[in-house]
Design a protein around this ligand. Structure first.
Ligand code: IVH
Length: 662
């Protein structure tokens, strides 16, 4: 049977090579028919000899695992974002800052296309793809391993036993986007606004069979935890060596003038690419220089994203829709004849408030100029008055709320039209959505649609009702299977353990955002003591302004809100703010630590969290700046490098004993 095994191996290798040429190099060497014939041959053999099916076989690429829900993945090294620049002047400033920090060095920049998709991280262990995750909030992402495995160009097995992480961008080619939307239109399904949204929607599918059908692609732009490379260019070359799809349009630039030329070229040629890009990423090429230049809280100082200028287009304003927010503000939204702006189908645009509507002098049926900038919701910037039809009607904000039909309030000195009815359904729904949202109580499964349905069916009318929801009552609701109801009820129960800062933010007090939530939690310690805050105290707090203080006082002067607070406390939702105090006088404080190998008695993430609590910085690669390496089982190249550089190495057991002592 050896010859069958050999034949299968040969076919797998050949087909993988052809698909790499097709999907990655954009340079197929055989016709589609030839590929298909070989593919069928392999399928036939695999059917007959299933015991010889290889894990990296192209026939295995369509995952058929149905995930119950996305698990969370904590990124060992946070996935940061990039600072944005919008002009050549700003690029020159960026260069100036880098030069100041690297006065002695020869600086080379590597310019890459900024692919308009979504960031992913893929982990390989001993040459096998073991886990893939979305960026999420940068710290925690969603486990999308099965879905990533359906992407043709992503290798599932590497040519040798490498353990590293690669990061890159998953995107939907323009052609696949068009096909997908055409099909959706035929089936009466909602269209995706742009390839980026379609890519995100396709990757974040619970059923990887759906992802497989969407023809996603990816470009890898970074390799994490690999010691043998010293620059971004080497990282790209290494990624290519390991058969990862890289975008070969990058360019190494000797100075900022060359960077400018690259930007200009792609600004003019971006529309000829088969995928969307929204700018250019400029990175300091050398890793040792990157390390000197360092990071801010959110992004590397050694890189920036140049964003292409916004595009403006004319279209017809068909109508104005109104949406009621949780604070009662009624926002007008322009309904437009759909147009394609830089690859996105735009059919809605924000009109903000009555002052903007008056300033623009909006009439229904007007030809309007719409502008779209990156991620931001498009907006109407101008009306083409010359094309206005006679007798067209000027748009006026309504006197009644579109949700509850009560009278609205419009004042001269307030740009917003407001609904002040405390029983307005839309406001109440929005309040509950805010309470459950990611930065607030983060109740999984309680998205906009579920809240609206529960509200409309009168199962909840207020946040507090969430905690008395009964399984039997929700099980009949559309699209709520037993499992999702159980998950939802568990998530609601778990949300009782929320921290005080998030709970304060969740209350939805006007002008109290996440940051204010933290400050207030720190200063008041409990919900009850916060609810008794005085104006004087609040204004005295750093970073709490007069307007926020007034909003807080206003909120607690309403007895319904006080009742809400006491109901929360009665339910046991009564967190106290505790600030962990750990002595700085410990062995790990201010040390740069690398974790390597497989840890046994705790997860890598737990080890990282413990170290960070003790003031250490955990990094992915061993350099001369590393102070300590903690080794688990099968530690490889990092351990070797640590020895070469004479860096202290301790075992997992020693590490655990040392943290116990702190
Ligand atoms: S480097 C520290 N290179 O742009 C972040 N990012 O905010 C390093 N992106 O979410 C990112 N193409 O997903 C880098 N060639 C490229 C990129 C790229 C697209 C995305 C990335 C990130 C966002 C920047």
């Amino acid at each position: 049977m050896q010859h069958i095994k050999d034949e299968i191996l040969k076919l797998v290798d050949l087909l993988n090579k052809y698909s790499y040429q097709y999907y990655v190099d954009d340079n197929p060497t055989v016709s589609d028919t030839e590929y298909d014939t070989l593919y069928k041959q392999l399928e036939k053999l695999e059917k007959k000899y299933p015991e010889y099916i290889l894990e990296n076989s192209p026939t295995r690429r369509v995952g058929d695992v149905v995930l119950e829900e996305f698990q969370k993945v904590t990124h060992t090294i946070p996935m940061l974002s990039l600072s944005n620049t919008f002009s050549i002047d700003e690029i020159n400033d960026f260069d100036g800052r880098i030069r100041k920090l690297l006065p002695e060095n020869k600086i080379e920049y590597i310019c890459e296309l900024k692919i308009d998709g979504l960031a992913i991280s893929i982990n390989y262990e001993n040459g096998k793809l073991i886990e893939a995750a979305t960026r999420g909030d940068g710290m925690i992402g969603e486990n999308v391993t099965e879905n990533i495995k359906t992407i043709f160009s992503i290798p599932k097995i590497l040519k040798d036993n490498k353990t590293f992480e690669v990061r890159g961008e998953v995107y939907l080619p323009k052609k696949s986007f068009e096909l997908l939307n055409n099909n959706r239109e035929k089936n009466g399904e909602q269209l995706f606004a742009n390839p980026r949204n379609a890519a995100a929607g396709s990757l974040r599918q619970l059923d990887s069979k759906i992802t497989a059908k969407r023809k996603l692609s990816a470009f890898i732009y970074s390799v994490v935890g690999e010691n043998d490379i010293d620059s971004q260019e080497e990282a790209l070359i290494l990624a290519k060596e390991y058969s990862f799809p890289i975008n070969t349009n990058y360019k190494l630039c000797k100075n900022i003038t060359e960077v400018g030329e690259y930007i200009k070229y792609w600004e003019e040629n971006k529309n000829n690419l088969p995928y969307d890009i929204d700018g250019i990423v400029i990175k300091v090429n050398s890793f040792s220089s990157q390390e000197i230049v360092g990071y801010t809280q959110k992004s590397p100082r050694w890189a920036t994203a140049y964003k292409f200028p916004e595009e403006e287009l004319a279209t017809k304003l068909l109508d104005v829709e109104l949406s009621v927010g949780r604070t009662g503000i009624i926002t007008p939204v322009a309904v437009l004849e759909p147009i394609n702006i830089s690859g996105s189908v735009v059919s809605k645009a924000s009109l903000h408030n009555k002052d903007i509507i008056n300033e623009l002098d909006i009439h229904i049926g007007d030809m309007v100029i719409v502008k779209k900038a990156g991620e931001i919701i498009p907006k109407v910037v101008r009306v083409v008055r010359e094309l206005r039809k006679e007798n067209s009607l000027k748009y006026e904000m309504p006197n009644i709320c579109p949700s509850c039909k009560e009278k609205t309030i419009t004042r001269e000195d307030d740009p917003f039209t407001r609904c002040v009815n405390p029983n307005c359904p839309e406001q109440n729904i929005r309040k509950i959505i805010h309470f459950a949202s990611r930065d607030a109580l983060n109740i999984e499964g309680l998205g906009d649609k579920v809240v609206a349905t529960l509200y409309e069916k009168k199962l909840i009318q207020h946040v507090i009702d969430l905690y008395s929801l009964k399984k039997e009552k929700i099980i009949d609701l559309e699209r709520m299977g037993e499992k999702s109801v159980d998950n939802l009820l568990n998530a609601i129960e778990d949300s009782k353990n929320i921290s005080l800062d998030r709970l304060i933010y969740a209350l939805g007090i006007l002008n109290v955002g996440k940051k204010a939530g933290k400050i207030l939690a720190e200063n008041y310690g409990t919900l009850l003591s916060f609810s008794k805050a005085t104006m004087e105290e609040l204004i005295g707090l750093q970073d709490v302004g007069k307007i926020t203080a007034e909003s807080i006082i206003d909120y607690f002067s309403d007895k319904n809100n006080l009742k809400f607070i006491s109901d929360l406390i009665a339910l046991g939702i009564n967190p106290t703010y505790t600030k962990e105090k750990i002595s700085e006088d410990n062995l790990f404080n201010e040390k740069t630590v690398v974790l390597t190998g497989k840890l046994i008695s705790l997860t890598r993430n737990e080890a990282k969290e413990s170290l960070e609590r003790l003031g250490a910085k955990v990094t992915g690669s061993v350099t001369k700046n590393t102070d300590l390496v903690v080794t688990g089982e099968k530690a490889g190249s990092k351990l070797k490098k640590a020895k070469e550089l004479n860096i202290s190495v301790i075992s997992e057991e020693e590490f655990i004993n040392l943290i116990k002592e702190v």
